[in-house]
Design a protein around this ligand. Structure first.
Ligand SMILES: [Zn+2]
Length: 512
């Protein structure tokens, strides 16, 4: 082999009684394969592999001393090997399929390695084949190495096309680690006692790998557990969420909090919210007042990320006491926090100064909220108009020429082309149809393929009534009043017909 494969750190030989323990995990009964010939039977024991024959019926007096008598074998009943004494289950040869089958189970062996420790995961497998002795095979498939103050190291063993090798795995969270941990070799506990860094652990009901991989990694685990700081202990066990620095010199350094917060942290039973607040305090090289702590508890315990941000913004301009009083006063009017947060976000978007209490704590919240909704809608609309005006400048450039060509007034109605893109947007908004919201009509109008015209009551020339798409040849392609409907079709359609006629005559005159 040319390539040197990676090797895990060395371990001690497997303790002697492990094999016996492994064997005890498998079913105690082996198969007793049998075949009957008239008054006798032949039995092969899968435990010892030996075969014997004997009479299965009460013998005649004369035969008694000459022939061995054995139990009557019956399929799937319990028996005992005449040779080795092992308990077994009789299997009629003809009723057992010839293929082999396997039974296996996994177990873990803990071993002291001086200062360090290793959990070794094994499989014990029993292979059975008809009329042959059972074979048992023990293989090691993973190891978890523990060192003081370090993250556990995980190694996996693989066999690939006959080649055996080890590779370093991703140390997972040991609550979910893939090693089967139903069985621990009983000697494991003594091995733990021999290991200085582990011997004061108290795993209670926790799984040993889960517990000791956290216990060895965090120097303060024992203290945290004994002080009853339950929340923090769970976070350490999960090895997640506590934001600990295992390499710190003192416990305060390791928990990343100011030393004078340790007492309170203990009183709070290691509450993670407090821990994180104290960590923030130390990070910012400051000391939080009681009120600052209360604010942070309020933010952490009640709200999702978006709401929390909004509350943070509010608390930049007021204090928690005032905020809570305001929320309570609104609740009495059946106005809830989400309306308030919604309102504040709109004020912020519209660029208001929230340090002004008139805006921060409005007297009539519901009304101000609805006002903001309308205001922002108008703002969005104005921005869109500007954007379309920039995008389609030709509509304005052409407007005088088109006005001369297409404007017309007769009787009840008048019609005129759109003067600019903004007008088209506004028309679409007021009449609730799509002319102002898709690029199609703007583009056609710019290119001169077709034009957007406004039909209006002659008495109310500023009020949108119907929108008309006119082809460059002077034909009405489509027209709609509000919501894409035509309630005034009876009067508008004949009028438009006259309009088209008018355009044709105008054209002829020009040519003529
Ligand atoms: Zn036997």
């Amino acid at each position: 082999m040319s390539k040197t494969l990676e090797q895990p750190p060395k371990v001690k030989p497997v303790p002697k009684d492990v094999e016996k323990y492994a064997h005890s995990l498998l079913p105690s009964h082996h198969n007793l394969y049998y075949k009957r010939f008239g008054k006798s039977a032949t039995v092969t024991c899968a435990a010892c592999g030996q075969t014997y024959t004997g009479l299965i019926e009460r013998p005649m007096e004369i035969e008694k001393s000459l022939v061995k008598v054995i139990d009557l074998p019956m399929h799937n009943t319990e028996g005992k090997c005449e040779k080795c004494g092992a308990p077994g289950i009789y299997k009629a040869e003809g009723r057992v399929k010839s293929f082999a089958y396997e039974k296996w189970t996994d177990f873990v062996v803990g071993q002291n390695l001086g200062d360090d420790f290793v959990f070794r995961a094994f499989s014990i497998k029993r292979k059975s084949r008809k009329n042959l002795k059972d074979e048992e095979e023990m293989t090691e498939y993973a190891r978890i190495y523990l060192s003081k103050g370090k993250k556990a190291m995980e190694w996996w063993h693989r066999s690939y096309y006959g080649q055996e090798y080890w590779y370093e795995g991703n140390p997972s969270w040991y609550g979910e680690c893939k090693i089967s941990r139903n069985h621990y070799w009983p000697g494991t506990l003594k091995e733990i006692e021999k290991t200085p860094m582990l011997k004061y652990g108290d795993p209670e009901r926790y799984d040993l790998i889960y517990y000791y991989s956290a216990f060895s990694r965090y120097p303060d685990f024992e203290l945290v557990q004994k002080a009853g700081m339950t929340d923090l202990m769970y976070a350490l066990l999960c090895q997640y969420g506590a934001n600990i620095n295992p390499r710190g010199k003192t416990i305060a350094d390791r928990l990343r909090v100011n030393k004078d917060r340790l007492k309170e942290l203990r009183e709070r039973k290691g509450d993670l919210t407090y821990l994180h607040i104290f960590q923030e305090e130390r990070k910012n090289k400051t000391r939080f007042t009681r009120e600052q702590i209360e604010e942070r508890l309020f933010l952490a315990k009640k709200h999702g990320p978006t709401d929390r941000k909004t509350y943070e913004l509010i608390l930049m301009h007021t204090n928690l006491h005032k905020l809570l009083a305001y929320i309570e006063s609104q609740r009495k009017k059946n106005i809830y926090e989400h309306t308030y947060l919604d309102y504040i976000r709109m004020r912020q978007r519209a660029g208001y100064d929230l340090s002004n209490e008139v805006y921060l704590f409005p007297k009539d919240l519901r009304r101000r909220h609805d006002e903001m909704v309308r205001m922002l809608e108008k703002k969005r609309n104005d921005e869109y108009k500007e954007q379309m005006e920039k995008k389609w400048p030709k509509i304005r450039e052409k407007s005088n020429k088109l006005d001369r060509k297409y404007s017309y007034k007769s009787g009840k109605y008048l019609i005129r082309p759109a003067m600019n893109a903004m007008e088209i947007v506004e028309e679409g908004r007021v009449l609730h149809h799509c002319v102002g919201s898709s690029d199609t009509y703007f583009q056609k109008h710019s290119k001169g393929t077709s034009y957007i015209l406004f039909l209006r009551n002659a008495k109310e020339p500023e009020k949108p009534l119907a929108t008309v798409e006119l082809s460059s040849k002077g034909t009405v392609l489509q027209w709609y009043e509000a919501y894409d409907k035509q309630p005034d079709r009876k009067s508008i359609q004949p009028w438009l017909n006259r309009y088209m006629k008018h355009l044709q005559e105008k054209k002829k005159k020009k040519v003529g």
